[in-house]
Design a protein around this ligand. Structure first.
Ligand code: FRU
Length: 497
């Protein structure tokens, strides 16, 4: 039986409900309705980008996860393709969990985690040349159990690459009593795998579970890559999402060196200052050599509100990852996002003072700000704000030397007492001239901020229709601001798919 595209799989009632929700983004990728979480299987093939994603068409809850599939030539307008993987009797009967896509010679091959009962095991499926039809390997699971003799907290998610004559893969896990880890395996054919050992083991006793860089007891969605080639290569980057006992904490990365069977870390970094609002990211190298990254913007409203809304989960905008001189990475929205700028609303220089200045309004906005702060200077940007200030989301920047503290204050973001209003904060780089390049993308409930290449992602749910204003204030600060109204991307189906 040919699989259906996502929109045909969700009920019309659910899709209609999702379409009516004022919090639903218009230019971010979302499932047509139902549940979405991690990006999976990212690849570019014959010029087209493929985005697979964790998807439950039946309801906006995490259950019986399928692989949704969408394709794009420009990274922003996506067309639904038939569902790639559907749970079926056997090792993935309770869900086709996260994984990656590689090319085994000419054969597109997905390596994913099949869920059965309460455990996940590595499975393989092969695809047609156009990546539309997928056939599960009869011999699944291809690894029967986690490494013998190791007490693991969990065992799932994959990073697979070709190295010389062999395949290598990392599987996310954790060693009970020690910390999160990525187990390294090797195979001649993507089916028979030999366990090599842990690539690196974290220390879950280091730091408090509440700390924004706690490494957790399990590493979800491990992803290792090197930015650039040869002499121009940056450090190796090992990304993971810190998880503990069912709680999704935040994405982190180690910079360091992958050599032989080990990863030698030099530093641990936060991948996104928004923590769980940019979770389980996966990256890919595209045909032009760029390192692109997508992540899952989790909800910040109660499960019951998502059920009522008919949908849950937003895919981030595509990000380009580059190496920074200090060994960390920088992220920025892919330039393709600029194509959605429908109307220039504002282009001016503002001298900031205590009195907030209304600069523009909207719930689909792209704002570029070059903010120049004196040492000790500060600026505040109010977003999704009502004129009376009853609802407003505040972004603050305070400079100290060559860094600034970026913080997100959501204490008044919504009059709905049920939504998450926790603060977020972290350090961002400041240029030698005291300038910080800020980019703020507002798409209804989705908010992605980039300050000097450091992202802070969050969700906000203002209740009032007039919560649209953008205001600037500050001391010892000035700004060059441009703002655009952003077009929605609609939803396209493959005719007859
Ligand atoms: C991360 C994650 C993965 C898992 C998938 C299940 O959000 O929990 O570890 O494979 O989602 O949907």
């Amino acid at each position: 039986m040919t699989a259906l595209p996502a929109l045909e799989l969700v009920s019309a009632e659910l899709a209609a409900r999702a379409a009516r929700d004022p919090h639903r983004p218009a230019f971010h990728f979302t499932a047509p309705a139902g549940w979405l979480n991690d990006p999976n299987g990212l690849t570019q093939r014959d010029g087209e980008y493929h985005l697979f994603y964790q998807f439950n068409p039946d309801a906006p809850v995490h259950h019986r996860i399928h692989w949704g599939h969408a394709v794009s030539t420009d990274l922003v307008h996506w067309r639904d393709l038939p569902i790639a993987l559907t749970p079926s009797a056997g090792p993935d009967e309770d869900g086709c969990w996260s994984g990656v896509l590689v090319y085994d010679g000419e054969v597109p091959t997905i390596v994913y985690s099949g869920r059965h009962g309460d455990r996940e095991l590595p499975c393989v499926a092969t695809g047609s040349a156009d990546l539309v039809e997928w056939t599960k390997e009869p011999a699944n699971p291809v690894i029967a159990a986690p490494p013998a003799g190791v007490d693991v907290t969990a065992f799932r998610d994959h990073c697979v690459w070709r190295e010389g004559d062999v395949w290598r893969q990392l599987i996310g896990s954790g060693i009970r009593g020690q910390g999160g880890t990525a187990f390294l395996y090797e195979s001649p054919d993507l089916r028979a795998w030999t366990y090599v050992g842990p690539l690196l083991v974290g220390d879950s006793s280091d730091g408090e579970p509440g700390a924004p860089d706690w490494t957790g007891t399990m590493w979800e969605c491990v992803d290792m890559f090197r930015i650039g080639d040869g002499d121009a290569a940056g450090p190796d980057i090992l990304v993971f999402s810190a998880w503990d006992d069912g709680v999704t904490h935040h994405p982190l990365y180690w910079s360091g060196r992958y050599e032989g069977d080990r990863f030698t870390p030099s530093a641990l970094h936060r991948l996104d200052l928004g923590g769980r609002y940019f979770y389980a990211p996966q990256s890919m190298r595209d045909e032009s050599g760029r390192r692109l990254l997508f992540g899952w913007l989790q909800e910040g409203r109660p499960d019951s509100a998502a059920v009522e809304a008919g949908w849950s989960g937003v895919m981030s905008l595509p990000r380009v990852v580059t190496a920074a001189p200090d060994g960390s990475i920088r992220q920025s929205p892919a330039p393709e996002v600029d194509a959605l700028r429908a109307e220039l609303l504002l282009d001016k220089a503002v001298v900031l003072d205590e009195e907030p200045e209304h600069i523009t309004a909207g719930n689909q906005l792209d704002i570029e700000l070059r903010l120049v702060l004196a040492d000790g200077g500060a600026a505040t940007i109010a977003l999704r704000a009502t004129d009376d200030g009853a609802e407003q989301t505040l972004l603050r920047l305070r400079r100290t030397g060559r860094t600034a503290e970026l913080s997100l204050d959501r204490s008044r973001a919504s009059l709905d007492p049920a939504v998450d209003t926790d603060a977020r904060a972290g350090s961002v780089p400041v240029g030698a001239d005291g300038a910080i390049d800020l980019r703020i993308l507002i798409d209804h409930s989705a908010l992605e901020v980039f300050a000097g290449g450091v992202p802070l992602t969050a969700r906000v749910y203002p209740t009032r229709r007039d919560a649209l204003g953008v205001w600037l204030s500050g001391d010892a600060a000035r700004a060059d601001v441009r703002a655009w109204a952003m077009a929605g991307v609609g939803r396209q189906q493959v005719p007859g798919a």
